[in-house]
Design a protein around this ligand. Structure first.
Ligand code: HEC
Length: 116
């Protein structure tokens, strides 16, 4: 019996793009990355590393599986976005958005980048 896939083709492509984006040296070296001595990354670097634009438009560029992140800080507030990054399913149990290995400083850096 064939299990039914609960994803649209577009969603599957976005997931595939995301998975490909996780195969970077950065993510493979996650242990180093979590090290306090590791150089601190900027919001832009983190957004590129985690492949947010596989699913979201930022400054008009990126995928459309998720909503545009342009204006998300002024529209929904910093606290909402921080919560979303910490737990993408907090307001949507069926969210296609992955939970990332990031700490508070990373989340704040991303919020700062999105607010610009
Ligand atoms: C695999 C696709 C995917 C990736 C990659 C992804 N997201 Fe999402 N994201 C979504 C989807 C789909 C939604 C809308 C559904 C929901 O709220 O969960 C969403 C919602 C959001 C929201 C809430 C937007 C709103 O207006 O409510 C924020 C903020 C967000 N994502 C930020 C990010 C950031 C920052 C990254 C990178 C660290 C990222 N996302 C990576 C799919 C993704």
């Amino acid at each position: 019996m064939r299990a039914k896939a609960h994803m649209t083709g577009k969603e599957a492509l976005a997931v595939e793009a995301f998975l490909a984006s996780t195969l970077t040296a950065d993510v493979r070296n996650e242990a180093n990355y979590a090290n306090v001595d590791a150089p601190k990354k900027t919001g832009a670097e983190l957004v590129a590393q985690f492949g947010c634009q596989g699913c979201h438009q930022i400054r008009g560029e990126g995928g459309k599986l998720g909503p545009t992140l342009d204006g998300v800080i002024s529209n929904k507030g910093e606290a909402f976005v921080l919560k979303k990054l910490a737990n993408p399913k907090f307001n949507n149990a069926a969210s296609a958005m992955p939970k990332y290995p990031m700490n508070k400083a990373d989340m704040k850096a991303i919020v700062g980048y999105l607010a610009k």
